[in-house]
Design a protein around this ligand. Structure first.
Ligand SMILES: [Zn+2]
Length: 363
């Protein structure tokens, strides 16, 4: 259907300004802009947000934008990476009119609550999940970030960072094999920000003005990798000394030199999953596929008869610890989902404000 834009509606600038294209603007976004029916509005991409205000980058450079408080109750709160349309108010302030529909987003459980979700970043093409080679491989952690990445809708890239700190090649190969087994079919890159190793491969993943987000726990070298990718225009990195727990990031969305957009948000370190059951089955595709042959459709692969997954564990086809990690993530998602459903039920009964009854269901 072609939207009727009406008389007097000025056709948006054709072609789109290079600054927008550089930020990932394309025909699809252009169409949404036209369809929004907001004459005079300008598009910009959110670089960071803070309490109802955000800084966005558009064809006129960086602009501080205000979310319209009267309308923002019903509207979507902007997140880093969002495309917004804004216009200038009579008092000169730039106000967000609308947030364009997200293509992908990283959504987590609010750390302070099991029943509220938070969008941490939007419109990502590639989610790079980092594992630091200077530490023991924590597969549960890597898998958790991969489930989050798969749930966002972005393509996953595994990054073995700090390769300079694990010189022995057999050890690096062994880590690579474990990662390949844990998250099959995903690209893996080895990097060293110190030696400049693998940086071109990471940049290549963002080529074509794609947006890449860096995911991983504290200390895996996200900011150092971001700085290496950015070259001269570096992000602020926290002090490396003892007791330094915070890494200050002044900007969350930045343009990579020449091509690509990078999001390195401090919020992307502690992650509680939110309704990510489909993504869980994507990352644990082997277990999900076997589960189709279990006798019961809702088999928990624990003690049910004729369980194809347990049979595969006995045969050695599936690693028992991998099954346990899957079950843990599954339980976490189920508990969050149940708590959220409870809250929705209570709200619909008009008992808003009372805390949901604590319910722990184990699979
Ligand atoms: Zn089963």
């Amino acid at each position: 259907m072609t939207p009727n834009l009406g008389a007097g509606w000025p056709a948006p600038v054709q072609p789109a300004p290079p600054a927008l294209l550089r930020l990932g603007w394309d025909e699809g976004w252009h169409r949404l802009w036209q369809q929004a029916g907001l004459p005079g509005s300008l598009p910009a991409r959110v670089m960071r947000t803070h309490r109802g205000r955000c800084v966005a980058l558009g064809s006129v450079g960086e602009t501080e934008l205000v979310s319209d408080s009267q309308r923002s109750q019903a509207a979507v709160a902007p997140a880093t990476g969002d495309w917004v349309l804004y216009s200038t108010d009579t008092d000169g302030s730039a106000v967000i009119d609308t947030v364009l529909d997200r293509r992908t987003s990283i959504v987590r459980r609010d750390p302070a609550s099991r029943v509220v979700k938070q969008t941490l970043a939007a419109n990502l093409d590639v989610a790079a999940v980092l594992h630091g080679l200077d530490r023991e491989l924590n597969l549960a952690q890597v898998e958790r970030f991969c489930v989050l990445a798969a749930d966002s809708g972005a393509e996953i890239l595994l990054v073995m960072s700090k390769a300079d700190l694990l010189q022995a090649r057999p050890e690096r190969e062994s880590v690579r094999r474990s990662l390949e087994e844990s998250v099959p079919g995903v690209g893996i890159v080895e990097t060293s920000s110190v030696m400049g190793k693998g940086l071109d491969q990471v940049r290549q993943a963002a080529a074509g003005n794609k947006t890449m987000v860096l995911l991983g726990p504290s200390g895996v070298g996200k900011s150092t990798l971001a700085n290496a990718l950015l070259g001269a225009q570096a992000l602020a990195v926290g002090a490396q000394g003892a007791g330094a727990t915070h890494t200050t990031v002044t900007r969350e969305l930045v343009l990579l030199p020449e091509d690509g957009v990078l999001i390195d948000s401090p919020g992307l370190r502690a992650i509680g999953l939110w309704e990510a059951d489909a993504a869980l089955d994507e990352v644990f595709g082997d277990i999900a596929a076997l589960g189709a042959d279990c006798r019961f459709r809702d088999c928990t692969h624990r003690s049910e008869p004729d369980c194809a997954v347990v049979a595969a564990v006995h045969e050695g086809a599936v690693d028992f610890e991998r099954l346990v990690r899957y079950q843990r993530l599954w339980s976490e998602i189920a508990e969050q989902s149940e708590a959220h459903a409870e809250r929705v039920r209570m709200q619909s009964r008009g008992r808003r404000g009372r805390k949901p009854r604590r319910r722990v269901r184990r699979r």
